[in-house]
Design a protein around this ligand. Structure first.
Ligand SMILES: Cc1cc2nc3c(=O)[nH]c(=O)nc-3n(C[C@H](O)[C@H](O)[C@H](O)COP(=O)(O)OP(=O)(O)OC[C@H]3O[C@@H](n4cnc5c(N)ncnc54)[C@H](O)[C@@H]3O)c2cc1C
Length: 288
């Protein structure tokens, strides 16, 4: 039996750890030059300049010779999800999302927005989509280069969004802002706390998809990013299940909310009932 990893990026440490938990030989299929450590072998698919990773799908699918019971772990990023689809089609295999745990022949999946956990067993090969996590660590084995059919597609132009890219799944500390903030400029209060804590700024969905104050890759929850930092500070966030499904695995949760009955306090280790407009400056000053 083998466990397969498909990635186009060195942010794949969570995949390597999940593969090690499965316990069989680990083969990584890597598109491009990304460093991947801690695996037994690497099959490398060259990604020529101006070629989108998605164009490598036929070659990636051909290279994954998964047998019944094998697990194929794929990073939850747009290009890699396309590769996952191609592999699933070739193997006629199911695709699992919301993977909490995966082992030999069994998996635990988060369903219904994180309010239930489904246990499944399988005997066929399966594709499991997981967050890539931090940069891959450890020694990388020699890689074997693959060649074969790819799609004829090329990148003709790139328009960069005027937002900083953020990898929340690798962040150790996060300050998340919610609708308790009344104005976009007020987010500077959260940014100041981020600065003293060395934290990334995140948010609830309305701040990314309603007001558009922050980029979409900064919202946490069932339809956003799933995070597990050492510290998660939720500020002016009510704690609806669609949000908490994305931060339940945080090691320590601090909630700041002016409503003592807000559900966020049910998942918080420490709660501050108060107005964020006075609590945040005081907290930032105390920590400075
Ligand atoms: C299919 C679906 C998927 C969804 N996916 C997601 C998702 O992935 N992520 C997500 O976040 N949401 C998601 N949502 C939306 C979710 O249901 C909630 O509406 C959203 O999380 C609420 O965001 P909020 O907590 O910032 O706002 P609110 O619920 O409006 O809460 C604001 C909180 O701020 C507090 N507050 C107000 N003023 C102050 C102040 N001055 N000081 C301190 N506290 C204050 C209030 O007491 C309140 O608790 C989804 C919804 C649906 C239907």
């Amino acid at each position: 039996m083998r466990t397969w990893i498909i990635t186009a990026d060195e942010h794949a440490q969570s995949l390597v750890e999940a593969a090690r938990n499965v316990g069989s030989e680990v083969v990584a299929v890597v598109c491009g030059e990304a460093h991947i450590g801690g695996v037994d072998s690497i099959l490398r698919v060259a990604c020529p300049e101006n070629t989108p990773v998605e164009a490598l799908a036929p070659l990636v699918a051909e290279s994954v010779e998964a047998a019944p019971g094998d697990v194929v772990l794929v990073a939850n990023r747009p290009a890699e999800r396309v590769l996952a689809g191609a592999v699933a089609a070739k193997l006629n295999a199911p695709v699992f999302t919301g993977v909490l745990e995966i082992g030999t022949g069994k998996a635990k999946l988060s369903v219904y927005g994180g309010i239930s956990v489904e246990e499944v067993s399988f005997t066929s090969a399966v594709i499991a989509i997981l967050d890539g996590g931090a940069e891959s660590e450890g020694k990388s084995p020699e890689s074997a280069a693959l060649s074969g059919q790819t799609y004829a597609a090329s990148v003709t132009s790139v328009e960069r969004q005027d937002v900083a890219q953020v990898n929340l799944s690798a962040a150790k500390r996060i300050v998340a802002a919610g609708r308790g903030f009344k104005d976009e400029g007020d987010l500077n209060l959260a940014r100041a706390l981020c600065e003293v804590l060395g934290a990334e700024l995140a948010c609830s969905r309305p701040l990314a998809e309603g007001t558009n104050w922050l980029a979409r890759d900064r919202y946490v929850g069932v339809s956003g990013q799933v995070v597990s930092p050492d510290l998660y500070v939720a500020v002016g966030i009510s704690g609806q299940v669609q949000h908490t499904a994305g931060m339940n695995d945080s090691a320590l949760v601090v909630a700041i909310n002016d409503d003592e009955k807000a559900p966020i306090f049910e998942v918080a280790d420490y709660g501050i009932v108060g107005d964020l407009y006075s609590v945040l400056p005081a907290l930032t000053a105390a920590l400075s």
